[in-house]
Design a protein around this ligand. Structure first.
Ligand code: GLU
Length: 478
């Protein structure tokens, strides 16, 4: 059987982590099986759907690198096809016309025994004669189409949750087409999944309750249903359903906050799936390789924003520097630290700086901002660094002396800068550490930074010497 799966978002809001994970699992299943991923935009609810959200979802899916093979298909363009399926069900008497108005239904719901929520459609229109139907239709009374839920039960084996069974008595004769002519979600999804020959429906566990009803439609149409795999919910750290309160944001908001798509993909894959080991780092290819529906857990996954940031750090630290330079460029541009030379003569320099400074960073934004320490003209001194390493008055003479030694070097590289500093420390009779720590503050403004000689080389002679000279001012005023 060829694997054909679909990602079927409703464009009623931004693509959030839950939807993104559903998209990812479908993509992984398709790629693993050499199958087909269909992107279907379920925009039948015109009031709640927005074109801007469709664009947002597509942009987010593309950014995550989840390429699809068919679509995007707009469900709203297929409504006639959905109505034709309802007509076939009317024809085969699996469905019937219902003339009860919303007001009548509401009144009976209120009048029924039990709570209004327990009320199920009382099948008043099920036994209408052909003549009665014709008369009402001729009088222009609007009719919905309801599915006639048969007796007995309906069951399926969910690829994640195992056997699930529901008795017909628990189900209401649900609406397939509203009296306005609008097909319902239950009908549209089944009609589309059939027409698109979908083999596996992978979707959120919030849809489990819909599945028995959809299976009844497959049965009535005499068609084999797809395999269903419901993916458990994502919860916040307080074990309630994930929402913005938990710091969970739209996918594109993560992009804009400096998260790499590799990190988000790796993180989302492990929200509810594992390969059975405690392995955590999976690049895209190894995820495809390791993925299977069997690895999806039945228990709800807990969203941990710190873990996402940890994954982001791992990918920032391991990307080839040339790649990292491409990825960080947008963040540098929005932080205002981008210069055209980074695309030309100073490309190598930028890559080397990134490789040097990245170990401390978990976000592209913070990494981008730090490039300014090396590329810009100003140093931002951290007060704590000044307090800790600029507290020896002798430095007011030592740092300018170091500046002159470095200025006089024939070559300005790792070895020569190190040897100049150590020689000077020896001559002054002080620990090299005193000069190293103070230089770090003078050159970067920070108390923690990469190896000081790497810093000097990346800054270059002019900036290094200049910043060491200027530090005299700070030292004499501190
Ligand atoms: N459009 C539905 C949603 O966004 C998904 C329908 C389905 O996967 O069957 O929740």
């Amino acid at each position: 059987m060829s694997v054909r799966v679909r990602f079927a978002p409703s464009p009623t809001g931004h693509l959030h982590v839950g939807g993104a994970r559903t998209a990812l699992f479908n993509w992984l299943l398709a790629r693993k099986a050499g199958g087909t991923l269909i992107l279907r935009i379920e925009d039948t609810d015109r009031e709640r759907s927005a074109d801007a959200m469709t664009r947002d979802i597509i942009e987010a899916v593309e950014w995550m690198g989840l390429d699809w093979n068919e679509g995007p298909i707009r469900q709203s363009e297929r409504l006639d096809r959905h109505r034709a399926v309802a007509d076939a069900l009317l024809e085969s008497r699996h469905a019937y016309r219902c003339f009860c108005s919303p007001e009548e239904l509401a009144q009976r719901r209120r009048a029924g025994s039990g709570t209004p929520d327990e009320w199920k459609y009382d099948r008043r229109c099920l036994s209408l004669s052909e003549d009665a139907i014709a008369a009402r239709t001729a009088a222009g009374r609007p009719a919905a189409v309801r599915f006639h839920v048969p007796e007995g039960s309906v069951g399926f084996t969910d690829a994640v949750f195992g056997p699930i069974r529901k008795s017909g008595e628990e189900l209401e004769d649900f609406v397939l087409v509203r009296s306005t002519g609008q097909p319902t979600y239950l009908l549209s999804v089944v009609a589309d999944d059939l027409d698109m020959a979908v083999s596996h429906v992978v979707r959120g566990a919030d849809h489990i309750a819909n599945t028995p009803k959809q299976l009844l439609l497959y049965r009535a149409l005499g068609r084999t249903p797809p395999v269903f795999a419901h993916v458990p919910l994502i919860l916040g750290s307080d074990r309630t359903r994930l929402s913005k309160r938990h710091g969970a944001a739209a996918v594109l908001a993560y992009r804009d906050a400096g998260i790499l798509p590799e990190a988000l993909v790796n993180f989302l894959a492990l929200l509810g799936w594992s390969d059975g080991t405690d392995r955590e780092i999976f690049d895209r290819a190894s995820l495809v390789d390791a993925f299977s529906l069997d690895g999806i857990s039945r228990s709800n996954a807990v969203f941990d924003a710190d873990k996402l940031s940890w994954f982001n750090g791992r990918y920032i630290h391991s990307l080839p520097p040339a790649d990292l330079a491409v990825r960080v460029a947008p963040a540098m541009k929005s932080a205002g630290v981008w210069e055209d030379r980074f695309e030309g003569p100073d490309r190598d320099w930028l890559e080397q700086v990134l490789a040097l400074i990245r170990p401390r960073f978990r976000s592209l934004d913070a990494l981008a901002a730090e490039v300014e320490t090396y590329a810009g003209e100003r140093v931002e001194y951290e007060p704590a660094a000044i307090e800790k390493f600029f507290n020896d008055p002798r430095l007011a003479d030592y740092l300018p002396a170091l500046a002159e030694r470095l200025n006089d070097l024939e070559r300005f590289d790792l070895e020569s800068t190190e040897s100049a500093l150590r020689t000077l420390a020896g001559e002054l009779g002080v620990r090299a550490g005193l000069l190293i720590n103070a230089s770090r503050v003078a050159l970067t403004g920070q108390s923690v930074a990469p190896g000081i000689f790497d810093v000097m080389v990346m800054l270059g002679r002019a900036k290094t010497v200049g910043r060491l000279r200027v530090s005299k001012v700070l030292l004499s005023s501190s």
